[in-house]
Write a protein that binds this ligand. Structure first.
Ligand code: NAD
Length: 352
């Protein structure tokens, strides 16, 4: 298979590409604009594989997308390129509207023209796979789960832009017959996660001896999925999923934010004890809650389990241990980011 991955220099896109090059014979073209969140060194493990190629470009550039589709002739478009950070969407929603909505529209328009030009078996086999989030469903109380039938109720500029892009993708399926697939996934974590996100931020700030900020009282609940399990789920969906269908992907690992931070601290206490012998948890501090902070997300992933035989393989405790070890062993990767190649001011971290 030939797979055009958009946003392949990001956290999940790079995990997908490492998986596809490492575990399959598929060929990959990675189209990524390299925003602040795009980190090409996340693809170092792919090395100089002849099955991998990178093009720097914007999904909003229809001419470029059309040309790449014609040259590469993919069987699958795995669309991950997005602005993805909720806090940034509150400060500056414009980029989210541009990439997540206009970019997805541009990709759909070019994909439709390309797909219509395919013949016979290749036309039947083509898939447009849109990768989305559980945040489109809004917020849950203490009970219940998001299923594929849950009504959309996005609350932040980020989740609203993703919800809009999901609707566009399904509309292109219903209206034009484009063979689309949508996945809505819970919070990912693991190696190569950009330092502004909760888990890497806590690890890095803990090691720097800085306060560990927890929003509100830390009671917000998220379901956590190890990113390599997500990569396997995406592959299962675009290889075997039914066009027109949506699949929810989750880790069966609901944790309060405070529990997540405490788990990281306990792991660091074992693997990299503080020089003064004190517990890292002593660095935890509570900060004003995020505006409109959703209380709980929880995914019912029974459809993808029953229909495609996927299940998460890495439990939360193992995943946190692997993640903390990775950040301890790969200080060069995140040190580069903190060294000024990116806007670190908003991470509240001193530049290295
Ligand atoms: P990320 O921010 O780490 O990576 C996004 C990538 O997209 C970056 O490499 C960036 O350079 C690229 N990009 C941004 N705008 C672009 C544009 N206009 N043209 C081309 N490339 C562009 O994001 P992520 O965490 O890897 O998330 C990937 C996808 O998965 C997103 O669509 C996100 O909504 C979705 N998702 C993420 C999570 C999560 O927990 N991280 C959970 C569920 C779904």
């Amino acid at each position: 298979m030939r797979i055009l991955v958009t946003g392949g220099a990001g956290f999940i896109g790079s995990a997908l590409i490492r998986h596809l090059i490492g575990e399959t014979d598929h060929e990959v073209l990675n189209l990524d604009k390299l925003t602040y969140a795009g980190v090409l060194s996340s693809l170092d493990p792919v090395g100089d594989s002849p099955r991998y190629r990178f093009v720097r470009g914007d999904i909003c550039d229809g001419e470029l997308v059309g040309r790449l589709l014609g040259e590469f002739r993919p069987d699958v478009i795995a669309h991950l390129a997005a602005e993805s950070h909720v806090d940034r969407s509150i400060d500056g929603p414009g980029a989210f509207i541009q990439t997540n909505l206009v970019g997805t529209y541009t990709l759909l328009a070019e994909a439709l023209a390309y797909w219509r030009g395919l013949d016979g078996d290749r036309r039947d086999a083509f898939r447009f796979h849109h990768i989305s989030t559980d945040e489109v469903f809004g917020s849950l109380g203490e009970d219940g789960y998001f299923t594929e039938a849950t009504a959309y109720d996005p609350r932040s500029p980020y989740s609203a832009s993703k919800a809009g892009s999901d609707h566009l993708v399904r509309a292109w399926g219903h209206t034009y017959g484009l063979p689309v697939l949508v996945t809505n996934c819970s919070n990912n974590y693991g190696p190569y996660h950009f330092p502004e996100k909760l888990i890497p931020l806590i690890i890095i700030r803990a090691l720097a001896g800085e306060p560990l900020p927890v929003y509100g009282d830390g009671s917000n609940v998220r379901d956590w999925l190890f990113v390599e399990d997500h990569a396997r789920a995406l592959r299962a969906v675009f290889e075997r999923g039914v066009p027109g269908e949506t699949y929810n992907v989750g880790g069966d690992s609901e944790r309060r934010n405070l529990e997540v931070v405490q788990a990281i601290c306990a792991t660091l206490d074992r693997l990299a004890p503080r020089a003064d012998g004190r517990a890292y948890a002593g660095q935890i501090g509570f900060v004003a809650d995020r505006p409109g902070h959703d209380h709980r997300y929880a995914i019912d992933a029974s459809k993808i389990k029953a229909e495609l035989g996927w299940a998460p393989q890495v439990g939360f405790e193992e995943g946190i241990e692997r993640t903390v070890r990775w950040y301890l062993d790969n200080r060069g990767w995140w040190g580069d980011i903190l060294a000024g190649r990116y806007d670190t001011a908003r991470l509240g971290l001193a530049k290295a």
